[in-house]
Design a protein around this ligand. Structure first.
Ligand code: BGC
Length: 468
């Protein structure tokens, strides 16, 4: 009998899921997102409500993560619970987080704690939020308090989730923020500087902690690879959205053209212990002189691509596994291999779970490929454990390994949950696992090949997406 092929992951590789307080806990009404919903900026009926009710029952889902053999779980702390009023610390909220983290420790699941995942308390929002430079001190004070209170239960911190998508989606997209490009870029800079200051505050309290942040990496490929104009605008999109933040975090300096507006960050070099990588999709970009608002590029999804569920925020459209490999490789090259990488988010919208098993396998095969080429990827956190409240897409977007009925709070594990559990427990993808969950992908999983360059025509403007 032929030998079974296997993609084995390094010993100690972290396996788990990622989530965020607002999207899971429920009842976080003291934030700008809740206010935004109440003001009716999202589609009718898009309401977070009780979310996945983690404030009451996160431990039930942690038990499911344990059953899946997960060794890590990323969650976030809700600032508006810890400091509901300026300078007032809520000890009951701290106790609740202590209970959650203790439960994870008991299950041998490493907590990865995010300190800012898009939401901010209203008192801060009313003073301009973290978009404003003079407010950075409030974040540092809050972070210091959290690490003092919870530092005995956590040593893996993620300061700011996706400074780039928070700046771009919040200030140019569908979320709270000013619709102004110059302001958006200043928000990006301020969030990167906030990270640096929080990094040193945590470092002082916990010298052995792992401290970093994650960026949202989205690929922008030219619609016509041989067109210099398409290549130029696609490159500009990638620079502005991905690489500017990565480079500024590394060197303090923003690349051209952002450096025309943004002054260097102070004390940035060395202010992270790992690179957090959130990856979902790519866009194709075609030069369009009438589209100045989007840097003269019209973005669209490859028409013949495998897609997530239709009608979502377009950052969840094409399911493109090779992009994860490309992103890992580019980060590694651009940062000269200076730090380990963790995939802090990767997932897809698939209510029926008929594409996710294959997609998980293919993305993980790409992670394995990166590792086998010497890129130090130390963990993979899937977005997400149970269906959560997906911001502007609300409950239409189903990204959980476990299905959730938000009305009854009933959980139903999807097939992807048992697949992910098998992979985590084996610390490997075996041919036998692939044959059971996605037999059509056996060859692509064990012999990944690059797609040859192709040309795509841009759809009409109405089909083109709007984020970032
Ligand atoms: C965000 C998550 C979100 C996910 C899927 C990421 O950019 O960090 O909060 O749920 O995308 O949309």
């Amino acid at each position: 009998m032929a030998k079974q092929r296997i993609l084995a992951f390094p010993e100690g590789f972290l396996w788990g899921t990622a989530s965020a307080a607002y999207q899971n806990e429920g009842g976080n009404t003291n934030t700008q997102m809740a206010r935004w919903e109440q003001q009716g900026h999202f589609a009718p009926g898009v309401q977070c409500g009780e979310a996945a009710n983690w404030w009451q029952m996160a431990e039930d889902d942690f038990a499911l993560a344990e059953q899946m053999g997960n060794t890590a779980l990323r969650l976030s702390i809700e600032w508006s619970r810890i400091e509901p009023v300026e300078g007032h610390w809520d000890s009951a909220a701290v106790d609740r987080y202590r209970a959650m983290l203790t439960d994870l420790q008991r299950r041998h699941i490493k907590p990865v704690v995010t300190l800012h995942h898009f939401t901010e308390p209203l008192w801060l929002v009313d003073r301009g939020g973290l978009a404003k430079e003079t407010n950075r001190r409030f974040f540092v004070r809050y972070v210091t308090h959290v690490v003092q209170q919870l530092g005995d239960l956590c040593d893996f911190w993620l300061t700011i989730n996706e400074p780039n998508s928070y700046a771009f989606a919040g200030h140019l997209g569908p979320y709270p923020g000013e619709r102004n490009v110059v302001h958006t870029l200043h928000v990006l800079r301020n969030l990167m500087q906030v990270h640096v200051e929080a990094f040193y505050a945590i470092r002082r309290l916990q010298p052995e902690g792992q401290i970093g942040y994650c960026l949202h990496y989205r690929l922008f490929d030219p619609a016509h690879p041989r067109s210099p104009l398409d290549r130029a605008v696609a490159g500009l999109h990638e620079t502005c959205f991905n690489w500017a933040a990565l480079q500024a975090g590394e060197t303090g300096r923003f690349p051209f053209p952002l450096n025309l507006l943004l002054t260097p960050l102070a004390h940035a070099p060395g202010s992270r212990d790992y690179h957090g990588v959130n990856y979902y999709t790519r866009d194709l970009v075609r030069f369009d002189p009438t589209h100045a608002g989007e840097l003269f590029g019209r973005r669209f999804t490859r028409p013949d691509a495998l897609h997530g569920d239709p009608g979502m925020d377009n950052h969840l459209s094409e399911i493109y596994a090779e992009g994860l490999y490309r992103v890992l490789k580019t980060i590694h090259r651009r940062t000269r291999d200076n730090k380990p990488l963790y995939i802090t988010e990767n997932g897809m919208c698939d209510a029926l779970d008929d594409r996710r098993p294959r997609a998980i396998l293919e993305h993980l095969a790409m992670v394995h490929r990166a590792i086998s080429e010497g890129i130090p990827v130390l963990g993979y956190l899937h977005w997400t454990l149970v269906d959560n409240f997906e911001w502007a897409a609300g409950w239409r977007a189903r990204m959980g390994l476990i299905e959730l009925d938000p009305l009854t709070q009933r959980r139903t594990p999807r097939r992807s949950a048992s697949l992910f559990g098998e992979i985590c427990r084996a610390n490997a993808i075996t041919e036998e696992i692939v044959a059971r969950y996605a037999p059509e992908a056996v060859d692509s999983i064990f012999r990944p090949v690059s797609a040859s360059p192709r040309e795509y025509s841009a759809p009409s403007p109405s089909q083109a997406g709007s984020r970032p």
